[in-house]
Write a protein that binds this ligand. Structure first.
Ligand SMILES: Nc1ncnc2c1ncn2[C@@H]1O[C@H](COP(=O)(O)OP(=O)(O)OP(=O)(O)O)[C@@H](O)[C@H]1O
Ligand SMILES: [Zn+2]
Length: 751
C-alpha cells in the first residue's frame, strides 16, 4: 500500500472567507506545483491548481483526515513557476485570495470540464503532422526579421502550428522608417521596460510586429503576448498580425469569444502552439511557457483596469510579469498615462542637488523612446491643424458651428470623411417635465435614465433598467415632457438635417452613420459598420470614444469634438488627462493617408477656447501637457507622487456602508494600541473620512468609500494586509449585517 502524500491546492475560495488560503488534499502520488486537477470542496468537486507548499515542505498527511483528489489532469503540463508567481503577486498586491486569483486567471469553461472532456478537446488541438519544409524563392530574399521568424518556425522543434505553411503566404514587412529602426535598435540592445511614445499613425504597430518577430526568432518555443484595450474595437489589428505571422500562429483572448473558443485559445497558448497571444486585460494571465516579449498597446487606456472582483491593472501586471520573467516589456501610446510618463522620465541633472523634490534628478525605471513623426508626414499637407471654435461667438444653440458645417461639406464633396465625437450615447441624458419639474430619475440609482429615441425607451446606464417613454409626465399628466441635453442619437438626427443640402462627388446625399455601444450591441455589427467606413460608404461618422480608438481609417481628413467642455470641470483629478488623451487619439484618426488635397483638421467646439488644455492640444504637444500635469500633481500630492487605495463598502443604506468603514477604522486604531508594529504604518498612511461615491446608489445598493494614501507603496500594502483580518472580524459583527460587501481597490482609477 502506498502512503498518500499531501498536496496544497489553490481552489476558488472567496477572498473574504476563512478558507482563503490554499487547502490540503490527500493524493496517492505526488504532483508538481502548477498541476491542474479536480478536488472535492463541500458537496461539489471543483477545479484546482497544485500550489507550492507554504514554507516549502509538504505537510504530513499523517493523522489528519484529508479528502482525496478526484482526478489529476496529467495530460496537461503543469502551469510554470512564472505563472504561479504572477498569480501569487497579483493576489497579494490586489488583496485577494490566491485561489480566487488563480481560478479567475483560467478560462471559465475549464471549471466544468472533466478529464475525459479535456482529452477530447486536446485531441482536436493536436498538431497535424508537419509537412516537409518547403523553401520558397521568397524566403531566400526575405528581410532579416522575416528570416528570423522563418528560422524559428521552420525548426523541427516548433510545436505544431503552421510550420507547414509556405512563407510566401505571409506579408513582407515594409522598409522601416529611421525612427522605427532606432526604436527597434534601442529595444534590442538592453533589457527592461520601455515606453514607446509614438504619435498616432507613427507606425507603432509595425514596431510591435517587428519586435515580436525578433523575439520569436530567439528560439522555436518563444511566445509573444500583445495586450490591447478592447480587441473587438480593432479587428484590423488581429488581421494585421495574422497577415504577418500566419493565422495559425496567432490566438485571440477576450471576453467576446465563446467559452469553447476561449478555452482552446488558452490551451494553445499553454501548449506552446500559439506563438502570439493577442488579448485584452485577461490575457495578462495567459499561461505562456515560452514568453519572450510583452507588448501593451495604448497603455494609457483605463480599460486595462479590471473594475470588479480582483481589481487588477493588466498593464501594471504586465510590467511585473516581464520583469519577473526577465523579458522585455514594450508599452506604447501616443498619450501615455502620467504614471508611465513619470516612470520613464530621463534623469534631470539640473534637479539633482536641489533636494526639494524626493524623486527629482533620478531617472525613472522605464526607458522612454520616441516616434514623433507620422508615416508619410514628409509631405507638408499631412501635418494636422487643430482649430478651436469659440462657441460663445456662434449662433445661439448651434449644434455645429457654420464654418465647421462648411468644412464637413467641402470634405464630403471630395470623397473625404469626417468624424464627429460626442462622448454620450442616447438621445437626451434626461427627460424633464416643463410644468412640475419631474425628471427621469432611475428608481434604483442616484442617476437619470437616458432617453433613447430609437426604441422610445428610458434606460439607466448604471443598472440597465429600461421602460417605455411615458406619453405624459407621470407626476402631473402634462404631455409636454422634453429632453435636456444631447446624445449621439440626437446629434445624428440634427446633423442629418443640417447637411441635407450637401452632396457626395456622385451627386447623391451624404451618408451619416453612428457608432456607439447602442449601434454595436449585436454580434458582428461593429465589424460590419467599420467595414462600411473603411469602404468609403459613410461620409460622416458620429460616435462616442469608440470611434477615437486605434482605427486605421484611411479616408478621414476631419475630426470634430462636438462638446467636450464638461470634462474640464469634472471633480476627478484624472479628467484632464483623459480628455487630452481622447482628443489626441481622435485627432490621430484624421489624415492617416497623406494623399489629401487639404491639410487634415481637428476641430474643437468650446466655450472655453483659452483653456490651457486646449492650448496644449493646439500644438499637439503631449510632452508639454504631461509635464504641466505632473507639476500640478506633485504640488497637490496626487498620484504618481503618492499611492492610493480605496476601501469600499456596499450596503442597503448609506448609513450602514459608512458605519462599517468607521467601525473598521476604529478596529484598526484599537489594534495599533496593542500591536506596536502597526503604529508606524498608521503614521505613514493617511486615512480620509468615509464618503459616498459620486454615483452613490446603483441598483439599490448604497456605496461608500474611504481613501488611503501614502508616499510609501510598501507601507500602504502592509497596512492593508494588517487590516484584512480586522475587516473580516468587523464584517462578522451583527451590528454590520446590513453590509453587502467590502473590498479594496488598489491604485484606483477613479476616486
Ligand atoms: N515603415 C513603414 N512604411 C510604410 N508604411 C508603414 C510603415 N510603418 C507603418 N506603416 C503604415 O502606416 C500606417 C500607420 O501605422 P500604424 O498603424 O502602425 O501606426 P500606429 O502608431 O500604431 O497608429 P495609432 O496609434 O494611431 O493606432 C499603417 O497603415 C501602416 O501599415
Ligand atoms: Zn438604475
Amino acid at each position: 500500500m502506498t502512503h498518500p502524500v499531501c498536496l496544497t491546492v489553490a481552489v476558488a475560495t472567496p477572498t473574504h472567507s476563512a478558507l482563503s488560503t490554499p487547502l490540503s488534499y490527500a493524493s496517492a502520488q505526488d504532483w508538481p506545483p502548477g498541476q491542474l486537477l479536480r478536488v472535492p470542496l463541500g458537496a461539489r468537486d471543483v477545479l484546482g491548481v497544485v500550489w507550492d507548499h507554504p514554507g516549502g515542505a509538504a505537510p504530513d498527511p499523517g493523522e489528519r483526515s484529508l479528502r482525496a483528489v478526484v482526478e489529476v489532469w496529467d495530460a496537461l503540463p503543469p502551469l510554470d513557476a512564472h505563472w504561479r508567481a504572477l498569480v501569487a503577486f497579483a493576489a497579494r498586491y490586489y488583496q485577494r485570495s490566491v485561489g480566487e486569483m488563480a481560478l479567475a486567471a483560467l478560462p471559465p469553461a475549464m471549471r466544468t470540464l472533466n478529464q475525459e472532456q479535456l482529452a477530447r478537446r486536446l485531441a482536436k488541438l493536436a498538431p497535424k503532422a508537419p509537412a516537409p519544409r518547403r523553401r520558397t524563392a521568397k524566403a531566400s530574399q526575405a528581410t532579416a526579421s522575416e528570416t528570423a521568424l522563418a528560422t524559428a518556425e521552420g525548426s523541427p522543434a516548433a510545436p505544431g502550428h503552421g510550420a507547414d505553411q509556405p512563407l510566401a503566404a505571409r506579408e513582407v514587412p515594409p522598409a522601416l522608417t529611421l525612427q522605427q529602426r532606432e526604436v527597434l535598435q534601442a529595444l534590442s540592445t538592453q533589457p527592461g521596460t520601455f515606453l514607446l511614445h509614438g504619435n498616432t499613425g507613427s507606425g507603432k504597430t509595425e514596431v510591435y510586429m517587428q519586435a515580436a518577430a525578433q523575439a520569436l526568432a530567439q528560439n522555436a518555443h518563444a511566445q509573444v503576448l500583445v495586450l490591447v484595450p478592447e480587441i473587438n474595437l480593432t479587428p484590423q489589428l488581429q488581421a494585421r498580425f495574422e497577415r504577418r505571422f500566419g493565422a495559425d500562429a496567432v490566438v485571440a483572448m477576450h471576453s467576446a469569444l465563446t467559452p469553447a473558443k476561449r478555452l482552446s485559445a488558452w490551451l494553445r497558448a499553454h501548449l506552446g502552439q500559439a506563438r502570439i497571444v493577442l488579448g485584452t486585460r485577461m490575457a495578462v494571465f495567459a499561461s505562456l511557457p515560452g514568453l519572450a516579449l510583452i507588448v501593451v498597446d495604448e497603455e494609457h487606456d483605463p480599460s486595462y483596469k479590471q473594475q470588479e472582483g480582483a481589481r487588477y491593472s493588466a498593464r501594471d501586471l504586465a510590467v511585473w510579469r516581464g520583469h519577473h520573467a526577465g523579458v522585455r516589456v514594450l508599452l506604447g501610446s501616443a498619450t501615455p498615462s502620467l504614471e508611465s510618463w513619470w516612470a520613464s522620465r530621463p534623469a534631470s541633472p539640473a534637479a539633482v542637488d536641489d533636494g526639494t523634490s524626493p524623486a527629482a534628478g533620478r531617472a525613472g525605471r522605464y526607458t522612454r523612446l520616441h516616434m514623433p513623426d507620422r508615416i508619410g508626414s514628409d509631405t507638408a499637407s499631412a501635418a494636422l491643424l487643430v482649430r478651436r471654435v469659440d462657441m460663445n461667438h456662434q449662433p445661439r444653440g448651434a449644434v455645429l458651428a457654420p464654418p465647421l458645417l462648411d468644412a464637413i461639406g467641402t470634405r464630403a464633396a471630395r470623397g473625404e470623411q469626417s468624424l464627429l465625437l460626442l462622448n454620450r450615447r442616447g438621445y437626451s441624458p434626461v427627460l424633464s417635465c416643463s410644468e412640475c419639474g419631474w425628471k427621469s430619475t432611475c428608481p434604483h440609482c442616484s442617476a437619470y435614465r437616458v432617453f433613447h429615441k430609437g426604441d422610445r425607451s428610458l434606460r439607466c446606464h448604471h443598472c440597465g433598467l429600461a421602460s417605455p417613454v411615458p406619453h405624459a409626465c407621470p407626476d402631473c399628466g402634462n404631455p409636454d415632457i422634453q429632453g435636456l441635453g444631447r446624445g449621439t442619437e440626437q446629434l445624428q438626427e440634427q446633423v442629418q438635417a443640417l447637411l441635407s443640402d450637401m452632396r457626395r462627388p456622385d451627386g447623391s446625399a451624404l451618408r451619416i452613420a453612428r457608432l456607439d455601444a447602442d449601434t454595436t450591441r449585436l454580434k458582428g455589427t461593429l465589424t460590419a459598420q467599420l467595414d462600411q467606413v473603411h469602404a468609403g460608404e459613410v461620409d460622416v461618422l458620429i460616435g462616442t470614444q469608440m470611434i477615437a480608438k486605434g482605427h486605421d481609417f484611411r479616408r478621414v481628413s476631419l475630426v470634430a469634438a462636438v462638446q467636450p467642455d464638461a470634462a474640464l470641470f469634472a471633480s476627478d483629478f484624472r479628467a484632464p488627462e483623459r480628455l487630452f488623451a481622447l482628443l489626441m487619439q481622435a485627432a490621430g484618426r484624421a489624415g492617416r493617408d497623406a494623399g489629401f488635397a487639404q491639410q487634415p483638421e481637428m476641430w474643437v467646439q468650446t466655450h472655453q477656447p483659452a483653456h490651457p488644455l486646449y492650448a496644449a492640444l493646439k500644438t499637439l504637444d503631449y510632452a508639454a501637457f504631461a509635464d504641466g500635469q505632473l507639476t500640478e500633481r506633485e504640488q497637490a500630492g496626487l498620484p504618481p507622487f503618492v499611492h492610493q487605495a480605496l476601501l469600499r463598502a456596499d450596503a442597503r443604506t448609506q448609513e450602514a456602508a459608512q458605519g462599517f468603514l468607521l467601525a473598521a477604522v476604529e478596529a484598526l486604531r484599537d489594534a495599533a494600541m496593542q500591536q506596536p508594529q502597526l503604529a508606524p504604518l498608521l503614521d505613514a498612511v493617511y486615512l480620509y473620512p468615509a464618503v459616498p461615491l459620486t454615483v452613490q446608489r446603483v441598483a439599490q445598493v448604497e456605496r461608500a468609500q474611504l481613501l488611503l494614501e501614502s508616499t510609501s507603496r510598501q507601507a500602504l500594502q502592509r497596512l492593508m494586509h494588517a487590516w484584512q483580518p480586522l475587516l473580516h472580524r468587523t464584517r462578522a459583527d451583527k451590528a454590520h449585517k446590513a453590509l453587502i460587501r467590502w473590498l479594496f481597490d488598489v491604485d484606483p482609477l477613479g476616486i
